[in-house]
Design a protein. Structure first.
Length: 387
């Protein structure tokens, strides 16, 4: 009897595993999935030739609103996603029991935001609708370039950024291939906005040229794996290793960078009151912040926070930055002074400091360095290859 149950359980598990695999293979592996919008329980979609599809039957639209717009929401029932579609402002909703809903059309928009011509809707936390753009890799990279770097910067600098962004995206796509989306469209991954419209726009032309002239070129991590090529705004004079920021990651090398002071905001000061710091760290009665800076390092590794008179807690540097705000505490390259009820942070640079430094790569581009030279400078332990 036990053997019977064991076999039955095994078969059930196997069937579940197979159906999971089948669900995954419905994604087109060549295309990037980037989450563009979230935090909304109801989304208003509009576009020319707007049509809704399901992944199990990708060639047959399940709904075509004649008005070119529709309202979508999602709910969970008996462990399944139910999508509710209201077409042409009618009373009744069309219901679909599907994990994901696909939208295609030209000039697609959700709210005021322009989207790629293919969009996946997935259920986010709390019945929110995640709006995920689905697009070819290089179209995505052009959107990252236009968001991450001023397009007026030297072409070779943009090309170096294109290779870094492509490598980062491919490495993350491999890590998250089963998820509804690979990448966030924010600083959590790479800032991305869909570039709508006119291909003759000179700014867009330059982004597309940088992507085209580096087509298929990627960074590798010393083995066969594509390098998760981190980059940041301004290293403050010296880049650092991934393991110093996230206590893990591949060693892509470090660079001394004399070019960063060209950033007009290279040096910064920010003040927080004792109460502000306590609120942000969710601790009470902070008495002291003690910086942990390893010998010979300019960046801090962490902060020991003394609170409640006798207690203390160690917070790794990147978590400390995140708690105080990545745009306020611009880097971990800072000194600290304590006034009566105030902590004054004076620092250099902007960002985590790993991999390519954007301000430094601008200076190298202006000096006439090629994108390959720029990449070798910032990822000295990586290889560059085209395929
Ligand atoms: Zn730099």
């Amino acid at each position: 009897m036990r053997i019977f149950w064991a076999i039955t359980c095994f078969l059930v598990t196997l069937t579940l595993a197979i159906s999971d695999v089948q669900a995954q293979t419905k994604f087109d592996k060549e295309l990037v999935r980037v989450r563009i919008l979230t935090n909304s329980k109801k989304v208003q979609v509009a576009g020319l030739g707007l049509r809704f599809q399901i992944l199990s039957e990708p060639y047959r639209p399940v709904a075509i609103p004649s008005s070119g717009s529709a309202e979508v929401r999602v709910m969970r029932k008996d462990g399944k996603n139910i999508w509710a579609l209201r077409l042409n402002n009618r009373e009744n909703e069309h219901l679909f029991k599907e994990k994901y809903l696909m939208i295609q059309g030209e000039n697609l928009r959700v709210g005021g935001q322009s989207l790629p011509s293919r969009v996946l809707l997935a259920k986010g936390p709390g019945d929110q609708v995640d709006v995920v753009g689905v697009l070819p890799l290089d179209e995505y990279i052009a959107g990252v370039l236009a968001s991450e770097m001023p397009i007026s910067w030297p072409l070779e600098t943009l090309k170096a950024q294109a290779v870094a962004a492509r490598s980062y995206a491919l490495a993350v796509m491999a890590e998250r291939e089963d998820k509804a989306y690979h990448l966030e469209s924010s600083v959590l991954d790479q800032v991305f906005r869909h570039i709508a419209g006119d291909d003759s726009d000179p700014k867009l032309q330059k982004a597309l040229q940088a992507v085209r002239e580096t087509a298929g070129i990627k960074l590798y991590d010393g083995g066969r794996n594509i390098l998760k090529a981190y980059y940041h705004a301004d290293c403050g004079g010296h880049t650092t290793l991934a393991k110093n920021v996230w206590s893990g990651g591949v060693n892509s090398g470090v660079a001394v960078d004399n070019s960063c002071p060209t950033n007009p905001k290279a040096n910064w000061t920010v003040k927080f009151s004792r109460t502000e710091i306590a609120d942000k760290l969710k601790l009470q009665d902070i008495s002291k912040l003690i910086l942990d800076r390893p010998k010979g390092e300019s960046r801090i590794r962490g902060v020991r926070v003394a609170f409640n008179e006798t207690e203390s807690r160690y917070i790794p540097a990147n978590e400390f930055r995140q708690a105080l705000g990545f745009t306020e505490l611009r880097s971990t390259l800072f000194d600290l002074k304590e006034n009566d009820n105030e902590f004054v942070f004076s620092g250099r640079g902007f960002g985590h400091g790993v991999g390519l430094c954007q301000w430094g790569s601008r200076a190298l581009g202006l000096k006439g360095k090629s994108f390959v030279q720029i990449l070798k400078h910032y990822y000295p332990a990586a290889q560059i290859a085209q395929n």
